[in-house]
Design a protein. Sequence first.
Length: 150
Amino acid sequence: MMTTTVQKLAGFLHLGRIPPLLRSQLEAEGRILYLAEGIVETAVFRDFRAPGAYCSHRWIAFVGFLVLSQKRLVVKARFAHQISINIPYEDPRFHKLTFKATPKMLSVAFDASLQGPGISGQLEVRAHLPDVATVAAILQRVGAQVKLME
């Protein structure tokens, strides 16, 4: 219920939308296979270190978007901080992402160094989606290993 309320509020305030420039870039690369905007995302930081920041375990809620195009995965979560995944399927780092799917959530876990130089630890982004099975099927078609959980 809270997720639906947050998504309605995000839609009303135009939060978590894909920027027009990024949308046009993705469309130029080919068809967009899946797009969810204004979704609730949570990030879990484990043993996270960045310039001026450290946390052994922290959880933060975001509003963002998730896009699967014919060529890449893009996840953007933003609130006071920003987490961004923009990685082509053929990039070797894509196969280092750990995907887990539950009936209402897709989890993407990865090494925090993907966020930039001087950053270490583990990050997990949990996207609360209405149709996780569709997203999991698309990810599997593009070569990702998705662990399906109950």
